[in-house]
Design a protein around this ligand. Structure first.
Ligand code: GDP
Length: 297
């Protein structure tokens, strides 16, 4: 069966925060994710991030790590939440300082609030002569969101995703927020987590990127993910490196599933291959029956 026991406090180890970047279209979400991806190379590793696998982890100078979901926008966030997945610890909400607080900014704020996820504001494009970060902070204050400069508790950082100004400070603030959350997980059990994306690759078969949230995923494990199952044949990180195991907060792409699960599907490792297959088959059958029923109505 799927093991979902409570972890004993002494088994919990610190884990990296998982961060989603949200905000209005064209305010700079993709630029920020690209900048962070390109600037950060894991200490001691030669290669930069070479593959888009839907999530990536960066190491900061102090050795701390942050995992970013690399699918900007709250569509991915809400799609995952709709499937019951809670994968975000902290939301960075990007607001362009040469624009106003726009409808999608408000939406992103309310999504984060509804999920109980703390927000760090990134007031972007401050390199532009027309940028007016104070106007944005005033706008936030009018929404009852007081940032630190305005005497409040919410963190915000003026940045330029183009020049990189303020981005390190932004990441420091994310880490500070993470410290307050005291994020922990038990690495010493069968892995579980959430599917970030999956696709069929000509040559490699089904490739699924998962975010490990508890336990450690290993080569040879039997995985059940949504209506799919299979034995992990190979694992690769966002640097294209072959890895043998992946612990909590690690994004990892895996080969060996018999299909492409949906983003937001939970995954579990089971002791028994047959059981994984049976549960996956039962779920597929239930889905088929449901769709037949909805077609009749
Ligand atoms: P997204 O829709 O939120 O992902 O926004 P993008 O990252 O695609 O950025 C939208 C546009 O704004 C692009 O043309 C970017 O080059 C530009 N842009 C993003 N960040 C900055 C910035 O900090 N400064 C300037 N000058 N332009 C930026």
């Amino acid at each position: 069966a799927i093991e979902e026991r409570e972890d004993a406090p002494e088994d919990l180890k610190p884990r990296a925060p998982i961060v989603t970047v949200m905000g209005h279209v064209d305010h700079g979400k993709t630029s920020l994710l690209d900048y962070i991806r390109e600037e950060n190379v894991i200490a001691g590793e030669s290669g930069g991030i070479t593959q888009h696998i839907g999530a990536y982890a960066v190491s900061l100078d102090g050795g701390q790590k942050i995992t970013f979901l690399d699918t900007p926008g709250h569509e991915a966030f809400t799609a995952m939440r709709a499937r019951g997945a809670q994968v975000t610890d902290i939301a960075i909400i990007v607001i362009a300082a040469d624009d106003d607080i726009m409808p999608q900014t408000r939406e992103a704020i309310s999504h984060a609030q509804a999920a109980g996820v703390p927000i760090v504001f990134a007031i972007n494009k401050v390199d532009k002569p027309t940028a007016n970060p104070e106007k944005i902070k005033e706008g936030l204050a009018n929404m009852n969101l007081l940032v630190e400069d305005w005497g409040g508790k919410i963190q915000s950082q003026d940045i330029s995703a183009k020049t990189g100004q303020g981005v390190n400070e932004l990441l420091e603030k994310v880490l500070l927020e993470a410290e307050m959350l005291d994020l922990k997980a038990n690495p010493d059990k069968l892995a579980s987590g959430t599917v970030v994306e999956a696709f069929l690759d000509k040559g490699r078969g089904y490739v699924s990127t998962v975010l490990v949230q508890g336990g450690t995923l290993k080569i040879g494990d039997y995985v059940l993910a949504g209506t799919c199952s299979g034995k992990v044949k190979a694992m690769q990180d966002e640097r294209g490196k072959i890895v043998r195991e992946a612990g909590p907060s690690s994004p990892i792409s895996i080969l060996g599933l018999d299909g492409a699960p949906q983003a937001g599907d939970k995954f579990n490792v089971l002791e028994d291959e047959k059981e994984a297959k049976q549960i996956a088959a039962k779920r597929s059958q239930l889905l088929r029956e449901q769709s037949v029923r909805t077609q009749r109505h």
